[in-house]
Design a protein. Structure first.
Length: 352
């Protein structure tokens, strides 16, 4: 009853670590994983060590040639060594041109699908969800996407998720995700929230190669860029942006879905939430401590700020994948209890 078979869509920087972290969770068994080029299936449980070794230094997330139809949400270059690409190099995998369809074909064997795909087209993940609906999938879909506007696109699909028996958990990484949940918990002291400030720090020197997809998406939050211009940057241009900032990128007023996710959980208005942070690709040390500050008024008339901090030694990968798998498990419990539709991380915390 407690055991969960799950699939990972996208074994890039995040998806690979999802598989690795799941090794430490007894009840979670990864049975399917795919990237742009391959799909690995084992109903008894994938050999994660073999899959990680095969894809080490070989994440299939290359840019597409001009004129090619983008079906992948605009995957960015990460890195590749050797002849084969990504998951297809694993002895458990087959090369494929239809990885998402291949995962859907296995969906009766999975309780949950973690979507770790790029998000360079806002409707990419909602469209992937539609394909699971069309295939009559019943179970959990969970993503770690960042952008606020995608949550509305998922909301619009609530009825079809409910009819299908799908529990969709959205924005369930670190921010949004872990920190959104922390803000929802910190807000419980107050009867009225004035402000939620989320400020993150990521040091990514040794993880930079593996996480270039995420870095590219983050660049889209800088004032002179958007998702389209960031998607079209060459690797060299990305490096130029990074060098121009001496390897340290600072972000303010990011479009992170923490705002709409806190609003939909009735914690506060979206406009009272700000998200910013600092990314240092030249050091593993966090350039700033990740902090959530929730300011509000208590029932007995005090105004205070509850603060939640992450230890500087916890990595981005730990803070995305631990919570994502925790939310996945919460989603499966809801799904098995017959609760379908769209849920954000704040709704899985105490609330009214
Ligand atoms: N919420 C958070 O805190 C948080 C933190 C970090 C990253 N993220 C998000 O996680 C997502 C993944 O980031 P990443 O760094 O792992 O990216 P990445 O580029 O390293 O990996 C993406 C993976 O998706 C695969 N892929 C792309 N198109 C595909 C398709 N059509 N079919 C099958 N597979 C396909 C690629 O081959 C690759 O394996 C991004 O959207 C990023 O914004 C969220």
């Amino acid at each position: 009853m407690d055991d969960v078979n799950f699939a990972v869509l996208g074994t890039g920087g995040i998806g690979r670590r999802t598989l690795e972290v799941s090794q430490h969770k007894e009840s979670l068994t990864p049975v399917v994983a795919c990237d742009r080029h391959g799909v690995a299936v084992d109903h008894e449980g994938l050999d994660v060590d073999e899959l990680l070794t095969a894809t080490e230094g070989n994440i299939a997330s290359e840019p597409q040639s001009e004129g090619e139809t983008r079906t992948d949400g605009g995957a960015a270059a990460v890195k590749q060594t050797g002849r084969d690409e990504g998951v297809a190099t694993s002895r458990q995998a087959e090369p494929t041109e239809t990885p998402i369809d291949d995962v859907i074909a296995e969906s009766e064997h999975v309780d949950a699908v973690l979507i770790a795909l790029p998000n360079f087209e806002h409707d990419f993940i909602p469209r992937v969800a539609d394909r699971f609906v069309e295939a009559d999938y019943e179970g959990v879909l969970i993503d770690v996407l960042k952008r606020s506007r995608v949550i509305d696109m998922l909301n619009e699909r609530t009825d079809s998720f409910e009819e299908s028996g799908i529990t969709f958990i959205c924005g369930a990484g670190a921010t949004p995700g872990f920190l959104t949940g922390a803000a929802a918990l910190a807000a419980q002291s107050f009867i009225e929230i004035e402000e939620v400030e989320i400020w993150w720090g990521v040091g990514l020197k040794s993880g930079y190669e593996d996480n270039r997809g995420t870095v590219r998406e983050d660049i889209a939050h800088l004032p002179d860029y958007d998702i389209k211009t960031a998607r079209e940057l060459s690797d060299e241009e990305i490096e130029e942006v990074i060098q121009k900032h001496d390897g340290v990128l600072e972000f303010h007023d990011m479009e992170h879905a923490d705002d709409v996710l806190l609003e939909r959980a009735d914690i506060c208005d979206a406009e009272d939430v700000t998200v910013g942070g600092i990314l240092d690709v030249c050091s593993d040390e966090k350039p700033t401590t990740t902090t959530v500050r929730v300011t509000g008024r208590t029932f007995d008339g005090e105004t205070g700020t509850n603060t939640f901090q992450l230890d500087d030694v916890t990595s981005m990968e730990a803070n995305v994948n631990g919570p994502a798998l925790g939310y996945l498990k919460s989603g499966v419990r809801r799904n098995r209890a017959g609760e379908y539709g769209v849920f954000g991380p704040a709704e899985l915390m105490p609330g009214f």
